[in-house]
Structure formats: structure tokens, C-alpha cells
Design a protein around this ligand. Structure first.
Ligand SMILES: C[S@@+](CC[C@H](N)C(=O)[O-])C[C@H]1O[C@@H](n2cnc3c(N)ncnc32)[C@H](O)[C@@H]1O
Length: 288
């Protein structure tokens, strides 16, 4: 474990593996092989749990840091993550069909994570640090069906039962809840663009590739309807966090999870339905 000093009076305990193992770089243009640590720290906010704070001044347009995904779906090479062997050697047709018919994406990420755990690429508790979403009553029966399908698929193989002990209902629902609260929708922009403007215009003119991914440090960024930071993807699932305006040392960095151009009621409703929280940002406090 490591202890981090937050922006104010609190201390935050974080498992040591949490961010370092999943590659977060402060990607400057320097050619040094060892990138310096990102100019951010995780601390407690007044009203939104943990958040990410600047440790020094960051200027408009600066690349704050990059982050590699922990999980992606689909596992296209274009998204920068290959399949793990166990996943490719099993028959997933029933599970995939179930997800397709029900229009589910998150169980595919849970399945991928389970394969990573079984093959030793990840530990079953790797996502425990992320905040879970709260499930409504009606959702439990849905995921139980997927859970049974997943277990059935693994048990029909010659995988040693000892490797499957983590696969409980509690584990499955916990991972699903964490994925729901922390998943990012990726829209890849074809070609390489070095600034936001170029990337933004490319996203209008070039076809984008869509996928889902879960990250570690980017998951600590809270939402704001008037954000000072932005997350973007250019040619693969490596996330790029960029500053939208000048940021003071100690200031919290926030991104926008939704389309900020919507009105107050629509934003509140979407954030509550989609992410399970009531936005407390300044714009929402003034019902702007
Ligand atoms: C992706 S996580 C962000 C990190 C999170 N605060 C934590 O401690 O792990 C999203 C969760 O943070 C909280 N959150 C983020 N933005 C918020 C906001 N503008 N107002 C209130 N809560 C917010 C909500 O609980 C939400 O479900």
C-alpha cells in the first residue's frame, strides 16, 4: 500500500499496484526512456469522493498524462490489447449470443477479465479500487443469468477447478458494478493528430471505431459539466488526458462524461440514469 497526501486535509490509501502497473505516463515530447510521473495526485474532494488534483501548473492544451487500458472490448489489435489465450481457445457462442440478444456490453468485459485472472495476467481483486455503481432492484436477475452462463462455460473445459474459486456471484456483481461506473466509450480517430483541434475536426470527417475500456487513473477523474480536462483517443485505446484551460497547482481536474451542451435537466437525468449519481458541479448547482 502507499499513502498519498490529498489536496486538503485527508489521506488516501491506495494499493501500490493500482496505477503504476497499468502504465500511466506523463507523455512529453522528450525522448528519455523513463517518463516522469504524471503531474497529478489522487485525493478526496468535498462532494464527489476521490478525485484527481494537479500537482503543478498545467497549461491549456498540455498533455497531462496518458494511460493504457486495463480491459478493452472488443479486443481488437487496433485498441492495443490482444486476446489472452484462454479466451481464444474456448467456445463463447452461447455467451456472446446471449449478450447480443440482450444488447449487453459489460458482461463481455467481465468475461475478458475472468479469462485474464484464470490465465494469470491479472488478479481477481485488481478492480476493487474502483468505485462501484449502485444496481437497481430489477438488474440482479439479468446478471445472474450471464453469471451462470459464464461459470458453465469455464466448467465445461479442462481448466483446474482451483483456478475458478474467485468466480462467485459476489465477484461477478462487484466487477459488473465497477465496470458500469468506470467504463469509457472509445471513439478512435483515424490517423495521427497532435492537437485537440485537429483531432476534433478528424472526428467529424473520418470514420471512428468504437469500443469500451476500463482504466485505472482515468477512473479517478470526476465529472464536471464545465470540465477543465478532456480525454481522447487517437489511434488505439491509450487514453490521452489533456488540459482544456490553465490549471493551478492543487486544482481538481475534471472531465465531462456526457454531452455538456445539453440543458440542466437532461444532464442531471442522463448522469443519474447512466452513472448513478446526481451531479454536484458548479453549473448544476446554479441549474445552468
Ligand atoms: C469514475 S468515478 C470517479 C472517481 C470517484 N469519485 C471515486 O472515488 O472513485 C465516478 C463516480 O464519482 C462520483 N462523481 C463524479 N463526478 C461527480 C459529480 N460531478 N458530482 C457528484 N459525484 C460525482 C460519483 O459517485 C460517480 O459514480
Amino acid at each position: 500500500m502507499m499513502m498519498m497526501k490529498s489536496s486538503s486535509r485527508f489521506w488516501v490509501w491506495l494499493p501500490r499496484y493500482s496505477f503504476s502497473r497499468y502504465q500511466c505516463d506523463y507523455a512529453s515530447s522528450s525522448s528519455h526512456s523513463e517518463a516522469p510521473p504524471p503531474p497529478v495526485r489522487v485525493g478526496f474532494t468535498e462532494d464527489a469522493g476521490r478525485g484527481v488534483f494537479a500537482t503543478r501548473e498545467i497549461r491549456t492544451g498540455d498533455l497531462i498524462h496518458t494511460a493504457d487500458p486495463f480491459l478493452t472490448h472488443p479486443s481488437l489489435e487496433a485498441l492495443g490489447k490482444g486476446f489472452c489465450e484462454i479466451e481464444t481457445t474456448m467456445d463463447w457462442s452461447l455467451y456472446h449470443e446471449h449478450c447480443r440478444v440482450k444488447g449487453l456490453k459489460y458482461p463481455l468485459l467481465v468475461k475478458r477479465f475472468a479469462c485474464m485472472v484464470i490465465s494469470g495476467m491479472a488478479s481477481a481483486d485488481n478492480l476493487d479500487i474502483l468505485q462501484p455503481a449502485i444496481f437497481s432492484h430489477g438488474m440482479s436477475s439479468t446478471w445472474e443469468e450471464e453469471f451462470e452462463l459464464l461459470v458453465h462455460n469455464f466448467k465445461n473445459t479442462d481448466i483446474h477447478p482451483g483456478l475458478l474459486t474467485f468466480l462467485t456471484k459476489e465477484w461477478y456483481s462487484g466487477i459488473l458494478a465497477r465496470i458500469r461506473a468506470n467504463v469509457f466509450r472509445i471513439e478512435l480517430i483515424g490517423g495521427y493528430h497532435t492537437d485537440l483541434l485537429a483531432a476534433a475536426s478528424a472526428s467529424i470527417s473520418v470514420e471512428t471505431t468504437v469500443g469500451s475500456a476500463v482504466y485505472m487513473l482515468p477512473s479517478m477523474y470526476n465529472h464536471d459539466c464545465d470540465p477543465n480536462a478532456h480525454i481522447l483517443w487517437i489511434e488505439n485505446a491509450k487514453a490521452r488526458l489533456k488540459a482544456l484551460r490553465n490549471i493551478e497547482p492543487g486544482e481538481e481536474l475534471r472531465i465531462c462524461y456526457i454531452d455538456a451542451s445539453m440543458d440542466y435537466e437532461a444532464r442531471q437525468s442522463l448522469l443519474y440514469q447512466g452513472f448513478g449519481f446526481r451531479c454536484q458541479c458548479l453549473r448544476c448547482k446554479y441549474k445552468d
